[in-house]
Design a protein around this ligand. Structure first.
Ligand SMILES: *Cc1c(COP(=O)(O)O)cnc(C)c1O
Length: 433
């Protein structure tokens, strides 16, 4: 596979370069030059296959020139080693539970696949790398647990002290081994600024092979196609059309689904559900893309004011907004609506959705009220995280949920974190030692 930059279609780099650079120098995003079509007969037989088997079919279609079938199978089997079940909410509406991995969020697919892919290339070169990542909560856990004990890679995670939930903090701080957590006395933006400065620091770059693990890395997107395809496999015999509803922040998750569609996965429509950070819904309505500072919401993993992966979606549609609107629509919901949705689902089904997933529920409800519903269409809401990662709202609403077994394990472990103010000199000294 060769990749170009969304800002320069003449650029051509190989997979390894794209994985370790994350971003091209022109600050566009890497996209595959060719999106190969998934074999139709292969897809017809997917109803007899497991998630890792379907994952392999997709990964191999895309990466067969880069990684041997045997190595790719090992990477995929390790990355997709947990379930992505469908919970039937209504006859035609399903919740795709993406929170059964180690950090209890969909980002585990990306974190686990990226780490194994990097380890694969590093083994060849006998290199060691140091990953730096800033997190507001969810990315860090997926990266920490995804890279835990992966050879050749050290990970340093910065998070804003006191501003992540208890379970998120435990996921960052109880690992030890090759994972180090730093609690910064400051905001997420402070954490991100420290990481950005480190990447530009000469001394640090001379001493360490610094690499980022952020959500725009192509190796985090590829595995996010797997569960869209696995859902198609499960529903294709009962429904003709699939509508996927993806709670969106940086638009990586939905971009992955749309890449799968461009590779031939039969999908009728994608719907992006956002919180009050409604940049994309507004863009689709007005044609004007107005990035602005994010506002804080209950669905805080989607508090993004300039969704970085959206350019990938535009690129796939040659920046033709009318064509794009045939495949993608978007809607936004505020905190009050999110709370009502959580209560409504709980009352109807005794089922608990996280605040992000709640926006997806609302989008399906609106869609069904406003368009002709046929029996042939299935609506799939991607459940991006387990509710226990966002406990505050459930306390307020008086809703209880069962904590998954991963959480009981976390409580037993010791926390290790370094505390730091937001001075770059201190952070640099820490990395240099
Ligand atoms: C990261 C995240 C999102 C947003 O996903 P994007 O790929 O950035 O659109 C939604 N929900 C949860 C729980 C997340 O952690």
């Amino acid at each position: 596979m060769k990749l170009y930059s969304t800002k320069n279609h003449d650029l051509s780099v190989d997979l390894e370069t794209a994985v370790f650079n994350s971003l091209p120098a022109d600050k566009g995003l890497y996209m595959p030059t060719i999106l190969p079509q998934i074999d139709k007969i292969l897809m017809e037989n997917w109803d007899k296959k497991t998630l890792p088997e379907i994952a392999f079919d997709i990964a191999y279609t895309l990466l067969k020139d880069d990684i041997s079938a045997e190595d790719l199978k090992a990477i995929v089997d390790e990355a997709a080693n947990f379930e992505a079940p469908l919970y039937p909410l209504q006859d035609d509406t399903f919740v795709l539970e993406l929170f059964h991995g180690p950090s209890l969020a969909f980002k585990d697919f990306g974190g686990r696949f990226m780490s194994r892919m990097m380890a694969h290339f590093l083994k060849k070169e006998q290199k060691e790398i140091q990953i730096l990542v800033a997190t507001s909560g969810d990315t860090g856990g997926a990266v920490a647990l995804g890279f835990l004990n992966v050879p050749g890679i050290k990970v340093t995670i910065l998070y804003p002290k006191g501003k992540v939930s208890l379970i998120q903090e435990l996921q960052l701080t109880t690992n030890g081994n090759n994972i180090e957590a730093i609690a910064i006395d400051g905001t997420f933006d402070d954490c991100q600024a420290l990481v950005k400065r480190a990447f530009h620091d000469e001394d640090l770059n001379a001493k360490l092979n610094l690499t980022s693990a952020n959500s725009i890395n192509i190796s985090r997107l590829i595995p996010q196609m797997f569960y869209y395809a696995n859902t198609y496999a499960k529903l294709k015999n009962d429904f003709e059309d699939l509508v996927f509803v993806t709670p969106s922040g940086n638009f990586g998750n939905i971009a992955a689904g749309m890449i799968a569609y461009k590779m031939g996965l039969p999908v009728k429509k994608f719907i992006a559900a956002t919180n009050s950070n409604d940049i994309v819904p507004q863009y689709l309505e007005s044609g004007v893309y107005n990035a602005r500072p994010s506002v804080q919401t209950l669905a805080n993993a989607m508090d993004v004011g300039d969704p970085s992966n959206f350019v990938r979606i535009l690129d796939m549609f040659n920046n033709d907004i009318e064509k794009l609107k045939e495949m993608l629509s978007a809607c936004a919901y505020n905190d009050e609506q999110i709370k009502e949705a959580i209560l409504e689902v709980h009352k109807a089904k005794n089922y608990v959705v996280c605040p992000h997933t709640a926006t997806g529920y609302l989008a399906v409800k609106d869609l069904k009220e406003n368009t002709a519903v046929t029996e042939k269409t299935a609506y799939i809401i991607l459940a991006t995280a387990h509710p226990c990662k966002f406990p505050d709202v459930f306390e307020e609403l008086g809703i209880k949920y069962e904590e998954p077994e991963q959480v009981a394990e976390l409580y037993k472990k010791d926390k290790h974190q370094v505390e730091m103010n937001n001075s770059f000199e201190d952070f640099k000294a820490f990395l240099m030692k």
